[in-house]
Design a protein around this ligand. Sequence first.
Ligand SMILES: NC(=O)c1ccc[n+]([C@@H]2O[C@H](COP(=O)([O-])OP(=O)(O)OC[C@H]3O[C@@H](n4cnc5c(N)ncnc54)[C@H](OP(=O)(O)O)[C@@H]3O)[C@@H](O)[C@H]2O)c1
Length: 256
Amino acid sequence: MLLARKGFDTFATMRNLNKSKEIIDVAKKENLPLQVLELDVTDGRSVVDAINNILKGKDSIDVVVNNAGYGLMGSLEDSSLDEIKAQFETNLFGAIRVMQNVLPIMRKQKTGIIVNVSSVAGRLGFPMGSVYVSSKFALEGLSESMSYELKQFGIKMVLIEPGVIKTNFAFIKPKKALDTNSSYSELMNKMQENLFSTIANGTDPKEVATVILRAIADESPEQRYLVGNDALALIDARKNSTDKEFENIIEENLLR
Ligand SMILES: NC(=O)c1ccc[n+]([C@@H]2O[C@H](COP(=O)([O-])OP(=O)(O)OC[C@H]3O[C@@H](n4cnc5c(N)ncnc54)[C@H](OP(=O)(O)O)[C@@H]3O)[C@@H](O)[C@H]2O)c1
């Protein structure tokens, strides 16, 4: 919405168009250059169709924001391989699918910027986050490496690393973790309590949009943008602590 308000021809994509009413109403009311398209990042056909639909009316794609994601929250042991694969299918392979289809277009244009919405969890681990965190670590490594490959074509890569943001972010528990007999129940309950209270006090999602806009507008963007005071404080602590000290910080803050 912010990009459309700033005059970007914007294609807001979603896998379920039944959720599009609000954004379409606002776009109409404000006469914004925004269209809604269906796109499920786990479905290659859907990605290709969405990009083809964009190119029916436009001859370039200048900016891509890979934002789709959810969090599988539970211990590795309680997470089934299918649940882990599904997490990576959305958070990592979803972005890969979109990038592999859009890169030939950007390469021909000799310009473009890809914004991958990672997380502060792309830089540090936390209990019950092993699967989500590893999907974001993978996205970070992928994006960082790609930036070297793409420089020669004038394509920029940016990572957005929010801390806790007040959204409807879906935390999905692995089926096994719903069982109260799970050996990880106590740890899970502590984490859940802490996560829900931190989300209620999370950063306004508008700040994420503002940072994305800043990154896009920058001729020479940073590789990474942290969003939220919590993210800044955590990365600062990470930089200034040994691994052992940082482990204590995480445990004191998340498992108290
Ligand atoms: N909220 C936080 O504290 C936080 C912190 C750091 C990073 N992030 C990251 O920020 C991004 C956005 O999350 P959010 O907090 O804004 O949560 P959100 O409101 O739930 O947004 C995530 C969106 O991803 C969509 N999505 C999920 N699977 C998809 C798929 N297969 N194809 C297309 N779209 C799909 C969801 O669609 P549906 O509505 O259909 O489910 C939802 O609209 C995520 O990558 C998340 O990891 C969030």
